[in-house]
Design a protein around this ligand. Structure first.
Ligand SMILES: [Zn+2]
Length: 178
């Protein structure tokens, strides 16, 4: 039993050391969440993308009275990336999501506990997971930071964990980045 615990600890340690937490990206997701237009759901979402070129692109959710014409924060951020860089690869994406009544500042999370491989924050919806996969360029290790404002923890997961067995561009014979 002790040996199993030791192996588990070693795994967590090695995974956590393999990833340098991108606090600048998380901070930008906090900031852009303040711009959310969500009078119908009152659920404010901010998202920031780190592109392979190293740039940060941001997006918030934008709701409209027709509902179906609303834009999700992750999609907004990715579309902003494409508008700036063309069809680029995502290195990492941060998501901060909570009801509008929960005003959150990044500084309150600078000492937040980082949890690897256990996605218990508000995760991207299925629609957005598919959109993230499109610009992951077939790389399941694209990092996703999920900020849980309720328990003040930041969960680090991957698109591969959130979208196993994906349908992607390669299924249509398309390959980005080659
Ligand atoms: Zn979504």
């Amino acid at each position: 039993m002790q040996y199993v615990a030791y192996v588990c600890l070693l795994f967590i340690y090695s995974v956590s050391n393999a990833v340098n937490v991108d606090y600048e990206l998380i901070q930008q997701a906090f900031l852009v969440r303040n711009n959310a237009q969500a009078p119908y759901s009152n659920f404010h979402v901010g998202s920031a993308i780190r592109s392979q070129q190293g740039n940060i692109h941001k997006g918030c959710n934008v709701e409209r009275c027709s509902y179906t014409q609303s834009t999700h924060a992750e999609q907004n951020a990715i579309d902003n990336m494409i508008a700036q860089e063309g069809p680029a690869k995502i290195l990492a994406i941060a998501v901060v999501a909570a009801p509008s009544t929960q005003k959150q500042e990044f500084l309150d999370f600078i000492d937040a506990e980082i949890i690897f491989g256990e996605p218990l924050g508000v995760a991207p919806c299925g629609h957005c997971r598919q959109i993230i996969w499109e610009n992951s360029f077939n790389d399941p290790s694209v990092i996703i930071y999920l900020v849980n404002v309720n328990n003040k923890k930041i969960y680090v997961t991957t698109i591969g964990e959130l979208l196993p067995c994906p349908f992607g561009p390669c299924d249509l014979g398309i390959s980005y980045g080659e």
